[in-house]
Design a protein around this ligand. Sequence first.
Ligand code: NAP
Length: 260
Amino acid sequence: MDYRNALVTGGSKGIGAAICAALVAKGLTVYAVGRDQPALERLAEHLGPSLKSIAADVRDHDAIAASLGRTEIDILVNNAGGLSTVKPLHQQTAEETEEVVALNLTAPLQLMRLLLPGMIARRRGHIFNLTSTAASGVFPGTTTYGAAKAGLSQAGRILRYDLAGTGVRLTEIAPGRVETEFYLKAFDGDGEQLREKMYTHQRPLRPDDIAAVLISALQLPSHADIAEIILSPSEQAAGGHVYAPAPNIGDNVGDKSRSN
Ligand SMILES: NC(=O)c1ccc[n+]([C@@H]2O[C@H](COP(=O)([O-])OP(=O)(O)OC[C@H]3O[C@@H](n4cnc5c(N)ncnc54)[C@H](OP(=O)(O)O)[C@@H]3O)[C@@H](O)[C@H]2O)c1
């Protein structure tokens, strides 16, 4: 691979940390962005000097640009993302709605805007956008998150037109359920019970699975560009439906099962 430097947002844990490890193993220097400085330090200890940490909020693209200085980034992995709660839009606070869009949509757009000119000038670059099966499926309680991920997905489709022939590739990876702390932080209730239900009784993807797919897209010859990858656990079909009883008909009518 001609690539030398990668920037991975949300590199401190979960899927991002696995991606950092896989890129370092391929001989790249990786700049990992996250707010949790101790977690970044632990990762740097584990991966060695090829892992450089940038302790910053991903929404602060000026701070990230200042930390990078003149470093030429060849690979941008827009991985940082998440949702603080799983509940209907009308039960979210204004701040939460704004934050979920800023984290999952605005920040990746700003980083692409910042780093693309250098990639295009060097005719060398690969952008990965981590979206979700929630970008196209229906998962109750994730209106803003799903909308932001769908926005990033569509941004990628449009941008690929603008990038055609520039030497810069763009790949969207839309995972289904991956075992990280992601959902456990967002759902109310007993986290351990949820972990048992989501990750023991049902087989999820592992962060390493996402990293492996990213590396295989990266290693394709430069004339080949995988546009979109949907990666789900074998037992998960993307989507989700709620069948609630119609008003005034009574509880014994209708299927109330949630399948997300
Ligand atoms: N896990 C799943 O089932 C799943 C499914 C589909 C898509 N995804 C997507 O995959 C990506 C990674 O998720 P994950 O499961 O690995 O989640 P995770 O374990 O919760 O990790 C999230 C990462 O994002 C970083 N992050 C969050 N907010 C940030 C901010 N404001 N500034 C900088 N970094 C921030 C966190 O770093 P700090 O704590 O250090 O800030 C952390 O490294 C996300 O985009 C998520 O939407 C996950």
